[in-house]
Design a protein around this ligand. Structure first.
Ligand code: PBG
Length: 322
């Protein structure tokens, strides 16, 4: 039906009518707040490249977790920055490792909040790569064992879900087997199924001190130019037992989110990454963008594209605004 019979503006006339026909509903029920945990006590340190976002020692993280819970957020995703790093990244699976200690404390003090553990080696290795190096290359199959140990140790410390972000082949299966064998068959895996080798991780690497000492991650993370390959990666992870599928970053990859949503039945998560946050923050601090409006619009777009869950550094702000 053509103009003048059809007048789409009729349904945009007032906020009441717009609200009624809105297709994408925003809620804090599906937002996940990332957190960086550091050693020490009383630490609440702003990250230079991520204004308004902090690294916490375990004691201060407890306050952050309580605030998240009180705002109605369901979950946090924990990244650990260990005191010392070694070539294998042994801090990742240490029973008294930084994430393990944080999880024990939060599970005791804030039991309502779901905890996701980031499973990756790059925050723990002295060279900053996501696994064990052999002749300067990340050795895939040897790294699987380290990742599996890390996931089990996080589950022991109370992780409700584990989230492997390393992009090794076969890691979801290896982690699933290890969790089942250790008696954690009910701990779900949220797989970073389509994780791209992205420049937008820059601020995170400052926050987590995980910039590779040499080379880059293009040998294991995906080429930004590919989308069919993302569907292949996702299919493999589904076959290996992934429970939630993630696409990362989010805004530059909305088409990937939609393709994954259409092709698979599992919940889809998207990670609005550090660089996406920092871009908005920087422009807002200059007075060039309306932060609230643009952050809400960004996360709405990610949900509209098909993401069920969104991991975002804006989670607390969104919970306040919604
Ligand atoms: C670890 C990991 C990274 C991010 C999440 N997990 C960094 C990387 O792959 O270099 C990035 C998250 C962000 O930028 O917010 N492998």
């Amino acid at each position: 039906m053509q103009f003048p019979i059809s007048r789409p503006r009729r349904l945009r006339k007032s906020e009441a009518i717009r609200r009624m026909v809105r297709e994408t509903r925003m809620t804090s029920d599906n937002l996940i707040l990332p957190a960086f945990v550091v050693a020490g006590e009383g630490v609440r340190q702003e990250i230079g490249s991520m204004p308004g976002f902090f690294r916490f020692s375990v004691d201060k993280l407890e306050d952050e977790a309580k605030e998240a819970r009180d705002l109605g957020l369901p979950a946090m995703l924990l990244f650990g920055i260990p005191e010392s790093k070694d070539p294998l990244g042994s801090g990742a699976w240490a029973d008294d490792g930084i994430v393990q200690r944080a999880m024990r404390r939060l599970k005791e003090k804030v039991p309502e909040l779901l905890l996701f553990g980031d499973v990756c080696m790059c925050e723990y290795t002295s060279h900053g790569h996501c696994g064990e190096l052999v002749d300067g290359e990340v050795a895939n199959d040897r790294t699987l064992e380290l990742l599996a140990k890390t996931a089990v140790s996080q589950a022991r410390a109370g992780a409700d879900l584990v989230a492997p972000s390393d992009m090794m082949d076969g890691r979801v299966g290896a982690i699933r087997d290890a969790l089942d064998e250790a008696g954690f068959s009910d701990v779900p895996i949220m797989s970073y199924a389509a994780k791209y080798a992205s420049g937008f991780y820059g601020p995170f690497r400052e926050a987590a001190e995980s910039t590779p000492a040499m080379g880059d991650r293009r040998g294991y993370q995906m080429d930004p130019a590919n989308v069919r390959e993302a569907l292949k990666e996702v299919a493999l992870d589904v076959g290996e037992g992934a429970d939630i599928l993630m696409v990362k970053p989010a805004i530059p990859y909305l088409d990937v989110i939609t393709r994954v949503r259409d092709a698979f039945e599992l919940p889809v998560a998207a990670y609005h990454v550090s660089g996406e946050y920092s871009m908005l923050k920087a422009a807002a601090l200059q007075g060039w963008l309306d932060e609230k409006r643009c952050a809400l619009e960004s996360i709405t777009a990610i949900r509209r594209a098909g993401a069920d869950l969104v991991i975002t550094y804006y989670a607390k702000d969104l919970a306040r605004w919604l």
